[in-house]
Write a protein that binds this ligand. Structure first.
Ligand SMILES: Nc1ncnc2c1ncn2[C@@H]1O[C@H](COP(=O)(O)OP(=O)(O)O)[C@@H](O)[C@H]1O
Ligand SMILES: [Mg+2]
Length: 215
């Protein structure tokens, strides 16, 4: 799905990611690490918003990236336009787009969103619209960058349930370690390098111990 081989990433003369090597093969992969450790940069490289300065990065799928702040993502004044945007850009016929949209909204029982304007949505609804956009675009893999920081606990649980049921593999950067329960693999970044990578429980526990030890 995604392979990093000796990837370095430099921006404005500072080295942000150093000698990154891994191969993502699982359905649910988490990315953890302190602020500034390089999580967002890693996702931006996978999404091809940025390019490695050196090394090889193999990404042969389509990716959607869901940001922490949905206001940075949502472009259109209405939910309908926002959800159809990618499909219209691709030049798909409007009747096919509409039927796809109706199917999607029915599947997730959120038809009520269709006629809303995007600025009247709650934070949870905005985040949901971002996820639905990715589903409309049928990206092979969905990347999440700390997607739930602004959601209350109830909404976080609701979204995790939805996300874990998605047919697509996901890669999620988060500080909310309990959200990674049931994930297959976790990558732990520190100072732009991989500190550890392995089964989710094990890596999250190592990270917890490291953080507590540093206090
Ligand atoms: N556009 C940029 N220009 C220069 N430095 C950046 C840029 N984006 C991120 N950085 C730096 O790269 C490092 C990693 O950032 P980031 O990938 O956002 O980490 P994280 O998501 O783990 O908090 C930080 O030190 C940050 O200041
Ligand atoms: Mg980040």
């Amino acid at each position: 799905m995604v392979t990093f081989e000796h990837v370095y990433f430099e921006k404005d003369k500072s080295l942000i990611l150093k000698d990154i090597n891994f191969f993502i093969k699982n359905k649910h992969t988490g990315v953890i690490g302190s602020n500034g450790s390089g999580k967002s940069s890693l996702l931006r490289l996978i999404k091809k918003i940025e390019k490695p300065s050196s090394g090889k990065l193999y990404t042969d799928h389509s990716y959607s990236l869901i940001f922490q702040n949905p206001d940075h993502q949502i472009l259109c004044p209405t939910v309908k336009d926002e959800l159809c945007f990618g499909q219209i850009e691709m030049g798909n016929p409007i009747d096919i787009i509409n039927s796809k949209l109706n199917q999607l909204l029915s599947k997730y029982q959120v038809n009520y969103l269709l006629n809303k304007t995007t600025h009247e949505l709650s934070e949870g609804e905005k985040q949901l619209v971002c996820i639905l956009s990715a589903l409309m675009d049928e990206s092979d893999i969905i990347l999440f960058d700390e997607p739930f920081s602004s959601l209350d606990l109830k909404n976080q649980k609701k979204f995790m349930k939805l996300i874990l049921k998605l047919p697509q593999p996901i890669i999620m950067a988060t500080h909310q370690l309990d959200l990674l329960e049931g994930f297959d693999e976790v990558i732990w970044l520190e100072n732009g390098q991989i500190k550890s990578i392995g089964p989710a429980d094990k890596t999250v526990n190592q990270y917890r111990k490291y953080v507590i030890g540093k206090k």
